[in-house]
Ligand binder design. Structure first.
Ligand SMILES: Cc1ncc(COP(=O)(O)O)c(C=O)c1O
Length: 361
């Protein structure tokens, strides 16, 4: 079997299928910060390993206060979960939409959960002609739509809504009784001058929830810590009523209390991502057969323009060198000319740049 569009987290599966050593894979598919766990988190866990003998705080008061300080949202509007994944499910099941719109191509979990609850789902396409930049005027919102879901910056396109645009969408949705869920898993990688985060809007409007994770920016997908922000008390109460107790474990709880204040880790991450993002634009910009879309995240969507090479072939060529990219062919509205890769450390990025030059030049 050969599958080229597996999720970036499926490293065991990839190692097995391609007969490679998992520890040798350079994972350009997972979108995880290459700096690894923040030193503050490592230290806190190492020094407090025995906390596993106790339960976490069932209401996560200190953790929610730490998230409030970090995001500027009110602690009483914050809910924590087992990764952003638990909250994506939680918000969808609390709203229980009969009809929803997902701005696509997008992360696949929204569709999976909406289909589980038998929701009628409209996939609204981002326009390739506009380089996937969304047009807020054209969103198909009317009285029949109960929920609008989007990701900003969006996985896989890297495009985004500004907070101002999201506020406009929230106003419009309010008139139609439509609840918005925006996934900001990648927002910390974006340029602060773009004002992308809708955290403050979610704090004031009652028809919008922001979902955020720590897996990508703080490089801890194994810890499973995510959070949601909404000014809608009823929705928060519904999620809390449905949710299992203690779904965030003690190590994630502790990590969350220290990571958001690790200024040097945050600064180092932004500097690395900005420098390497510029280098990718410059170096891959020289390859005529590739188009890189503008991104406000730590990954790039790429289109192959030569009319003959497919993303699957690129994947297979690169995996021979232990380089794992995401074949983006199976995202809605994309095809076999698209792939995605994320920014890793300088040396690994050099290997990817060289390997792509070898394929396309
Ligand atoms: C857009 C998006 N949202 C959510 C997730 C899941 O993140 P978490 O580990 O916080 O559950 C991912 C993982 O790839 C993602 O790309």
């Amino acid at each position: 079997m050969s599958r080229t569009n597996l999720h970036g987290g499926d490293l065991d599966e990839i190692a097995r299928i391609y007969g490679i050593d998992k520890s040798k894979i350079m994972n350009f598919s997972g979108n995880v910060n290459p700096l690894g766990l923040p030193p503050s988190v490592k230290k806190a866990i190492a020094e407090n390993v025995d906390i596993a003998t106790g339960y976490p705080d069932v209401s996560y008061t200190a953790l929610r206060a730490a998230i409030a300080d970090y995001t500027g949202a009110k602690a009483e509007h914050i809910i924590v979960g087992n990764g952003s994944t638990e909250l994506i499910t939680g918000f969808i099941k609390a709203v229980m939409p009969k009809k929803s719109v997902i701005i696509s191509p997008a992360y696949s979990e929204y569709l999976r959960i909406l289909e589980q609850i038998n929701c009628d789902v409209v996939l609204y396409p981002l326009d390739e002609e506009r380089d996937f930049v969304p047009d807020i005027e054209k969103l198909p919102i009317d009285d029949s739509v109960d929920m609008l879901v989007f990701c900003s910056p969006n996985n896989p396109t890297g495009t985004y809504f500004t907070a101002e645009e999201t506020a406009k969408i929230a106003e419009r949705c309010k008139k139609h009784g439509c609840f918005i869920m925006t996934d900001e898993t990648y927002v910390e990688f974006s340029d602060p001058s773009k004002h992308i985060s809708a955290a403050e809007i979610a704090d004031t409007y009652d028809n919008i929830a922001v979902v955020r994770g720590t897996s990508k920016f703080f490089a801890c997908p194994g810890l499973r810590l995510g959070y949601g922000i909404t000014g809608n008390r009823e929705i928060l109460d519904k999620i809390n009523a449905e949710k299992d107790l203690w779904s965030v474990n003690v190590y994630a709880e502790l990590a969350g209390k220290v990571m958001f204040t690790d200024r040097s880790f945050i600064k180092e991450t932004i500097e690395l991502i900005n420098a390497e993002r510029t280098r990718f634009y410059t170096e891959l910009g020289k390859i005529k057969a590739l188009k890189l879309y503008n991104t406000q995240s730590n990954f790039f969507l790429v289109k192959i323009l030569d009319g003959r090479t497919t993303s699957r072939e690129v994947f297979l060529e690169l995996i021979k060198k232990n380089i794992l990219i995401r074949d983006a062919e199976n995202f809605p509205f994309l095809d076999e000319t698209f792939f995605r890769f994320c920014i890793l450390g300088h040396d690994e990025n050099t290997l990817l740049i060289e390997a792509l030059k070898n394929i396309f030049e």
